[in-house]
Design a protein around this ligand. Structure first.
Ligand code: 5GP
Length: 204
């Protein structure tokens, strides 16, 4: 009998574009067992190197809106002119099988998840606006208009930091990763995660 409950936890991770969120989440998933990233649906076109059903499930707007009507998403939002949504089925399957799930979603999606009170919400900040600009500039796949749009949006997103449970400043990558690891590890040790059947072994 295991010492903990089998249901996994939900972690929402948001950050302005260029704060290093994707790399942080990928590294965490490779270092910790039993945690996975939920693949979102999007109407955005794939970028170079992106793979369908690995980075996103790429669908058209009509299909997306049909899924909205069918109540298939636990949350969805329009970001930079494209629609993004988290599938209820995908996260439920992982949670039921005892896997912790990371949702890499924007601040609007995080607000919807917060209302459901089921997720630990983590905000990743860049160390400064200058660093954020540099990081966005080095992503060649973004057009200049796209870069400006993302910088403007970054300011709006950073304003939302107060609504999260935790804030990680991604200055030194290894420190930020250690912070993220600490949050997930602590969450896994919460009293409610302990398996009551197992505690009965102590005669209580
Ligand atoms: P990108 O297109 O650069 O991969 O992502 C743009 C933004 O959309 C990021 O802030 C990312 O976190 C957010 N995003 C990705 N998937 C989802 C989702 O399923 N729901 C919401 N609300 N935002 C998402």
């Amino acid at each position: 009998m295991t010492t903990w409950n089998h249901r996994g936890s939900l972690f929402v991770v948001s950050a302005p574009s260029g704060a290093g969120k994707t790399t942080l989440c990928q590294r965490l998933a490779s270092e910790l067992e039993n945690i996975r990233h939920s693949v979102s649906y999007t109407t955005r076109k794939p970028r170079k190197g992106e793979v369908n059903d690995r980075d996103y499930t790429f669908i058209d707007r009509d299909t997306f809106m049909r899924m909205v009507a069918a109540d298939d998403f636990v949350e969805w939002a329009e970001v930079h002119g494209n629609l993004y949504g988290t599938s209820k089925n995908r996260i439920e399957e992982m949670i039921v099988s005892g896997v912790d799930v990371m949702l890499d979603i924007d601040t609007q999606g995080a607000a919807q998840m917060r209302k459901l009170r089921k997720a630990v919400c983590i905000f990743i900040m860049p160390p400064s606006m200058e660093v954020l600009r540099q990081r966005i500039d080095t992503r060649r796949s973004n057009s200049p208009d796209d870069i400006e749009l993302r910088l403007r949006r970054a300011t709006d997103e950073i304003r939302e930091y107060k609504n999260y449970d935790y804030v990680i400043v991604n200055d030194r990558f290894e420190d930020a990763l250690a912070g993220l690891n600490a949050i997930v590890t602590a969450e896994r040790l919460r009293t409610e995660r302990i398996n009551p059947q197992w505690v009965k072994n102590f005669g209580i």
